[in-house]
Every structure is written in C-alpha cells, then in structure tokens.
Design a binder for this molecule. Structure first.
Ligand code: GSH
Length: 266
C-alpha cells in the first residue's frame, strides 16, 4: 500500500484561483428568468432549461383510467384499452358521491367529468380525445392515410354532436323518465340511429373497411341503446356491424369491461 502523502498545512495551501464564467448580459437575463420561474414552483434543469415535473412514462408503463362504471364515455376508453391489449389501472370516480367535483379530481379533469386517462406525466381528458391520443401512442385504430384520418375525425365529431343523444335518452329513461326533455332527446337519437344504419349498409365499419376509433366511440352507445327503449330490430345494418365488432379481439359490452371499484393493472 502506498504511503499516504502528508497533507500540507491548510494555511500554507496555495488557494487555486476560481474559474469564473463571465456572464454575458443575455446569460444574466436568462438566469433571472429561470430564478423567477423557480420561485413560482417550476423545476429548472441543470442546464437552466425548464424540465417537466415527471419523466414521460415508458411505453410499457400501465395507464390509469379514471371513470364510472355506468358512464359510456368512460366505457369508450376501456374498450380501446381492451382492444389494444394493454395493461391499465382503474380508479373508480364515484359520481353519486360528487367525487368528480373535488379539488383533487378537478386537477385531473378541469371539466369535472369522467373519463380521465393518466399516462405517466400526461393526463388526457374528453373521451374522443383520449381515443385519438391512444391511437397515436400505440399506432392502432387511428387510420393510416390522410383521407381515412379525416373520415375518422368527421365521425368522431358527429358522435359527440349526435350519438350522445342516444346516451342522454338512456340516462333520462333510467333516472328521469318523466322528463319533458326525453321525447326530444329520444327523437334526436332515433335520427342518429337511422343515419348510422343507412351508412353501415354501405360500409363495413364507420370510416371504411377497417375498425377504427370511430367505431370504438360509437359502440358503447349502441350496446346500451335498448335501455333507452330504442328498437334494435329497426336497424339491421347496425346490428350486423355490432356483431362484426363483437368478433374483434378485446371487444365486450361496456358493463363487462367497466370495473365498479378501483382495480390494479391486469
Ligand atoms: N364530452 C365528455 C362527456 C363526459 C361526460 O358526460 N361524463 C359524464 C358521465 S357519463 C360526467 O362526468 N358527468 C358529470 C358531470 O358532467 O358533472 C367526454 O366525452 O369525455
């Protein structure tokens, strides 16, 4: 073992001149800006750049769906996750207890609604936006060419505009059957089903020959339409499409997909 060198007495040690980086006015200005942001709570990276509070989740990390078991927008997301065959955690948001209006939940979803999808540092809300997000993230069901993508976007817009009437009619039938709004909402839903039935007489899936997020968005409304007292027999093309959907891997009825309580990834 080499003998230890005798340490020079501190007082005699020659003080090394400190390397000083001379800040230009631009660096000074950037440093002042970072300090201001840090004071407000933002994390500042070593190089002075702003960095996100959390690192983006690796592709394999489990996703967490926050939803409610009777919510069809939540069921759209559960259906997509199931069709993708990815693992997902579930957090029950008890709408009946007002859990969707608590300060903690509003941090996830500013609209105070289910669903919300948490993917590492990313939180996505609005069911059809979540479907689009998942299609981009996993490269599935989002269409392949520009024309198909536009057609999908068109059906997603129509879904929110018109198919929701079918869901609202179901809601009113279950919770407020005497509501004066029910006949109007039910009628609007009927028009939507007629349009969809005509379209599905000419197209295997909504946006063409392959299933896409347009089909995933619409499926939960259809699977539960009879609860609103729509007559399934009047829409044979929708029925055939529903059967085609049910044959696809991961597709199931909303009630079979949606947990009723918190559930870890599986
Ligand atoms: N446009 C939203 C609608 C979501 C929605 O209506 N969620 C309902 C449950 S099905 C909800 O959270 N309702 C409670 C509220 O609006 O206060 C989406 O597609 O995500």
């Amino acid at each position: 073992m080499a003998a230890k060198k005798k340490a020079a007495p501190k007082a005699k040690a020659k003080a090394k001149p400190k390397k000083v980086l001379k800040a230009t006015p631009a660096i000074k200005a950037a440093a002042a800006k970072s300090a201001k942001k840090a004071a407000k709570g933002a994390r500042i990276g070593k190089a002075g750049y702003d960095v996100p509070a959390k690192k983006a989740a690796p592709k394999s990390a489990a996703l967490t769906l926050h939803g409610f078991h009777l919510s069809l927008p939540s069921a759209k997301v559960a259906l997509m996750l199931s069709m993708l065959g990815v693992k997902w955690n579930y957090r029950h948001v008890d709408l009946r207890a007002g859990a969707h209006k608590t300060a903690d939940y509003l941090k996830l979803n500013r609209y105070g609604q289910v669903p919300a999808l948490v993917d590492g540092a990313e939180t996505v809300v609005q069911s059809n936006v979540i479907l689009q997000y998942l299609a981009d993230r996993f490269g599935a069901f989002g269409g392949t060419v520009a024309h198909e993508k536009r057609r999908i976007a068109e059906w997603l817009a129509w879904d929110l505009d018109r198919m929701t009437s079918v869901g609202q009619a179901r809601f009113l039938r279950r919770n407020a059957p005497e509501s004066p709004a029910l006949p109007f909402v039910f009628g609007r839903g009927e028009q939507s089903l007629e349009l969809l039935d005509r379209h599905l007489g000419t197209s295997k899936f909504l946006a063409g020959p392959n299933p896409t997020i347009a089909d995933i968005a619409v499926f939960p409304w259809i699977a539960t339409a009879e609860e609103a007292q729509y007559d399934a027999g009047k829409y044979p093309n929708i029925r055939d499409w529903g059967q085609r959907m049910m044959k696809l891997p991961g597709v199931a009825h909303p009630y079979a997909l949606m947990p009723k309580e918190d559930r870890p990834a599986q």
